[in-house]
Design a binder for this molecule. Structure first.
Ligand code: ADP
Length: 380
């Protein structure tokens, strides 16, 4: 019985009201018991004086007992009314309190069972910020459920994406090995080179995934130092210059004089430059050109890397920074791209408090990748 009350908030509320009523009634009854005789005697003696002591002792006692029972009767009626009011009010309050709590308990159980789309109703005016504590709790609960759902979707998507990405090189390696075992493929250099290339691609993919998981989880520290814009660009040219020459793509740099220094993680921003300039080189045919441009925009520096390459049609632009997104899947995969370079770059730029975006006049018309970095370091 006691455990039944312990398990039900509605009964606890009712019992708490009941205790208040019992204590109130008891105190009132005790106070009345103490106060009634002296008040009655005072009243009777003043009346006796007025009436010349004509009332007998019996009549006095009679009157007293009648008065006392009338007071106690009124008190009992008041206690009964209070009891009924407590029952009604506790029922109403428990509906208001217990129902949303129960809804949250049921919803959390369903979420624990894997139904991440579960939400509870939020009563009150959210826009006007007129929510009581229970509605605020329901709102936070829903936000938590939405975040859980998002994380779960991302987890599933990641597993799907990774499986898909790993399958292609693995299938190629397995196919070549089977060909070798069955003597369908000749055991010569070219076959081994092909297998080596696929294994190398696999290695790159795993490295990229490791880096991606690190930046997506924010599990990296920025080692900021004061760096000149020119040295950031020079480092990129040092790393990629030969490849530009080898492919016969010209690389131009346009940095205005007197640009301020930046307070950034040189290696990480170098990684962003390498990725974007490397892509520009990869997607620009021989004879084309790539231009690195820097300019001051308010309290930010904007770096743009424009190419005269294959361009990107407008429907692809918003998805370029989503992991594993490739405009031309077969072409990018064949060239060794894992489709996570821009996602990593975007995380790195965001970690510096900047943004990254892409524009292109359309397919075949070149593209421009721009990223901003704040002049004063601030938390993103
Ligand atoms: P990948 O390793 O495939 O290059 P990224 O994340 O760096 O992965 O790029 C994602 C996709 O964006 C590429 O597969 C390509 O389709 C497109 N892309 C990136 N840079 C350019 C560019 N300069 N010109 C045209 N397409 C580009």
């Amino acid at each position: 019985m006691l455990s039944y009350f312990r398990r039900h908030l509605g009964w606890k509320i009712f019992l708490s009201y009941l205790i208040v009523i019992i204590v109130g009634t008891a105190v009132l009854a005790a106070a009345a018991e103490i106060a009634i005789p002296s008040a009655f005697n005072r009243h009777m003696s003043s009346m006796g004086m007025m009436m010349g002591n004509s009332m007998g002792m019996d009549m006095n006692t009679d009157l007293f007992s009648n008065f006392r029972s009338a007071v106690l009767e009124a008190l009992s009626l008041a206690a009964l009314a209070a009891f009924l009011a407590a029952a009604v009010v506790s029922l109403f309050v428990s509906r208001q309190v217990v129902a949303p709590v129960r809804a949250m308990r049921d919803a959390s159980q369903r979420i624990a069972e894997g139904h991440y789309d579960e939400r509870v109703a939020v009563t009150g005016n959210i826009e006007a910020n007129e929510l009581d504590e229970l509605s605020q709790l329901a709102l936070s609960f829903n936000q938590m459920a939405a975040n859980l759902e998002k994380t779960e979707t991302m987890r599933r998507q990641l597993i799907g994406d990774v499986t898909h990405e790993l399958r292609t090189p693995l299938t190629a390696i397995k196919g070549s090995m089977e060909g070798l075992i069955d003597d369908v493929l000749p055991a010569e250099d070219e076959t081994f080179q092909q297998i080596y290339k696929e294994a190398d691609r696999l290695q790159h993919l795993v490295d990229d995934l490791q880096e991606l998981s690190r930046v997506e989880a924010g599990a990296f520290e920025l080692t900021r130092s004061t760096v000149s814009i020119a040295s950031l660009v020079e480092a990129t040219i040092d790393r990629l210059g030969h490849q530009f020459e080898a492919k016969d793509v010209s690389l131009q740099v346009d940095i205005p004089e007197n640009m301020p220094d930046l307070f950034v993680d040189e290696d990480r921003i170098g990684q962003v430059f390498l990725n974007i300039a490397g892509n520009a080189l990869q997607y620009t045919p021989a004879g084309g050109s790539v231009k690195i441009h820097a300019k001051l925009e308010g309290d930010e520096v904007h770096f743009s890397i424009s190419d005269t390459g294959i361009g990107i049609s407008v429907e692809h632009l918003p998805h370029l920074f989503t992991r594993f997104y490739r405009v031309d899947k077969s072409r990018a995969r064949a060239s060794g791209g894992s489709g996570v370079g821009l996602t990593i770059s975007s995380h790195l730029v965001n970690a510096h408090g900047g943004h990254i975006w892409a524009t292109s006049p359309g397919s075949g018309k070149g593209s421009t990748f721009t990223f901003s970095l704040p002049l004063s370091p601030k938390n993103p």
